[in-house]
Write a protein that binds this ligand. Structure first.
Ligand code: HAM
Length: 419
């Protein structure tokens, strides 16, 4: 142990667990790549103002959870708390929206929120996300949701539920917001919540406290206030999902923690995770581009939490197949054999065989133990006498059988055996 440990709310990914994280990232991104999404990577920090305007100045993320800093040059920066605002900023900066639409992008990376740490809630976490920019088409909303569902399925997750809602648009949300505010002002609420009614009344619907939830029965719901356009759009998304065999639950109370959403909003939840049950979420954000100074660019996207997806796999007892990282473990006995076998090791690797070596000059017994622990199928043992005879011992670690093979053809023989 060193004097230091990982900062509060963070943890290190180390083998063998880290393999699950890679597998989850791969499983989430594979369906996206097949559907024409291109990889985008943006800086880990951006101007504070991008998130203040994009995510919403009154959200918890912006008011309480951002890691902000002032650079020596006086710039106000924030570690990115989410990916959507950055990805849209990058696409606009590169003028991608002037080309063919929609622009479809996916990303994978670390995000930072100064939250109260608890199981499934970290200050540094990992998301894989997807954004489709510049098209208003219910099929695009459905496509994204289906791709997330397919990712969950490919991982073997069975208990992810999809919650679906529509938050309306600039035409119908203002009247709903006013109706909701009228209702909320009549309730018995604490000062902070009363303030929230004036700034962000939809967030009050998301208040988890029992005393608040009890009073919310009978609150007006967006679904009853959708304009014709939003209602028809939502119905089409629902129809497309049903046709694709995707089960969803209509959740008229679903509001998300970010302010940019319009129309389709959704969350993937897993009941085996306790309080932090959202394994992913997203929706349409038709006004975000304009909020950050761009042209009108109706868009939709989601982000799935990698950490929580791994927790969901554990909760369901799903173990991902982890192919042995090593097929061959090379064990030299003696200095001269060492040099020769190291050459064979390099050749094996160049021929595409996963191979490792008994480093550190340990004795044969110790080295063979390491060979067993490595999960390798074969041990390749070279001693002084083998060397003199121009052979190397190939030991099948499953059956225990051992036979000499010519040094000159060892690589070819091993390749043939492994294929
Ligand atoms: P979000 O709901 O804030 O949405 O985050 C998406 C997912 O990231 C969550 O469902 C959760 O799995 C994971 N996550 C969030 N915060 C934490 C945390 N503190 N610890 C562990 N996991 C966490 C967004 O970030 C939007 N940008 C999604 C989106 C993309 N909307 C449109 N496009």
């Amino acid at each position: 142990m060193s004097t230091f440990s990982a900062p509060k709310g963070t943890y290190d990914l180390i083998p063998p667990d880290s393999a699950d994280f890679l597998a989850v990232r791969e499983a989430i991104s594979a369906p996206l790549r097949r559907a024409g999404y291109g990889y985008v990577e943006t800086p880990g920090f951006e101007q504070v103002e991008l998130f203040a305007r994009g995510v919403g100045a009154s959200t918890d993320i912006v008011t309480k959870e951002m890691y902000t800093l002032t650079t020596k040059g006086g710039d106000e920066l924030a570690l990115r708390p989410e990916g959507t605002a950055s990805v849209l900023r990058a696409a606009l900066q590169a003028n991608l929206h002037r080309g063919a639409l929609p622009v479809k992008l996916w990303y994978s990376g670390s995000y930072y929120r100064y939250e109260r740490p608890q199981a499934g809630r970290y200050r540094h976490f990992s998301q894989v996300g997807a954004e489709a920019l510049g098209a208003e088409d219910p099929a695009l909303d459905a496509e994204l949701i289906i791709l997330a569902v397919d990712a969950h399925r490919s991982l073997g997750l069975r208990n992810v539920r999809l919650l679906l809602n529509s938050l309306g648009d600039a035409a119908c949300r203002p009247a709903y917001r006013a109706a909701l505010q009228d209702f909320l002002r009549g309730l018995d609420l604490d000062e902070a919540t009363r303030e929230r009614i004036e700034i962000n009344p939809l967030r009050v619907l998301d208040d988890k406290r029992e005393a608040v939830q009890r009073q919310l029965t009978g609150a007006p719901l967006m679904r009853d206030h959708l304009c014709e356009g939003c209602a028809a759009y939502h119905e089409q998304v629902r129809t497309l999902l049903t046709a694709a065999g995707v089960a969803f639950e209509d959740d008229a109370r679903l509001v998300r923690g970010l302010d940019y959403y319009t129309r389709t909003t959704f969350e993937f939840v897993h009941d085996g995770l306790g309080a932090q049950s959202a394994v992913g979420g997203g929706g349409r954000y038709d006004g975000l581009s304009e909020m950050i100074g761009g042209p009108a660019l109706p868009s939709v996207g989601w982000a799935l939490g990698v950490d929580r997806t791994v927790l969901a796999l554990r909760a369901e007892g799903v173990t991902l197949p982890t192919p042995s990282p090593t097929d061959v473990y090379a064990v030299p006995v003696g200095e001269e054999a060492r040099g020769v076998l190291f050459g064979v090791l390099t050749e094996l690797r160049r021929a595409g065989v996963a191979a490792d070596f008994a480093y550190g000059g340990r004795g044969l017994k110790n080295a063979m133990k390491s060979a067993g622990r490595s999960g390798a199928r074969y041990a390749l043992v070279l001693g002084e006498r083998d060397l003199a005879e121009g052979v190397v011992q190939l030991k099948d670690l499953h059956s225990g059988e051992q036979a000499p093979v010519a040094l000159s053809s060892a690589v070819a023989e091993i390749r043939a055996k492994l294929s």
